[in-house]
Design a protein around this ligand. Structure first.
Ligand code: FES
Length: 180
């Protein structure tokens, strides 16, 4: 069973963070909010991305159940919902770790070794992009250009940009982050 499918586990509404247990009542309220939010999209074309953004805002990520809800409410094939959710990097189908590290995969960063940086980060954090460590401490993701190409390769952590990164600098960075 995937972590996001565990019953009663879901992150705080509207926040990115560790999954926290919710009661059935809380979960019901979140789905009521989603149903309301989706009302304005019904019967309109090209609304799937906006609808999924609303769902992600409510749940903090896109649980499978929420994607099914979106598909049912908007009568969009579930396969299409899944494919959009997995294609766009702005969507996460797993709960975010406490600290989200986003490796820029824009051209400048890519040329300067972002791929290797990402692989090493995954190794050290124990997960693939979009996954989180077993302790839920870090989640690793990729992002498009974050506008700091001269400092490539760049890792974005929250609003902070860490430039001129290298696989060798990762242990120190991760250690620093675990102290926060
Ligand atoms: S390509 Fe990474 S900051 Fe621009």
């Amino acid at each position: 069973m995937l972590p996001q499918d565990q019953p009663g586990i879901m992150p705080g509404a509207g926040k990115k963070g560790n999954p926290v247990p919710t009661t059935g009542v809380q979960e019901k309220k979140l789905y009521e909010r989603l149903t309301q939010a989706l009302e304005k999209y019904k019967g309109k074309p090209g609304v799937l991305i906006a609808a999924l953004q609303e769902a992600q805002e409510i749940f903090g990520y896109l649980p499978r159940k929420a994607m099914i809800h979106v598909a049912n409410e908007l009568t969009i094939p579930l396969a299409e919902v899944y494919s959009v959710a997995s294609f766009y990097s702005l969507f996460s189908t797993v709960p975010a770790g406490k600290t989200r590290l986003e490796v820029c995969m824009g051209t400048a960063c890519y040329v300067k070794g972002a791929e290797k940086l990402l692989q090493e980060l995954q190794k050290q954090c124990g997960g693939s992009p979009g996954k989180f460590t077993s302790e839920g401490r870090f989640s690793v993701a990729t992002t498009r250009c974050v506008g700091a190409c001269s400092a490539a390769p760049v890792i974005k952590i929250g609003e902070e940009l860490h430039g001129e990164m290298s696989p060798e600098k990762l242990p120190a960075l991760l250690e620093e982050l675990t102290k926060i």
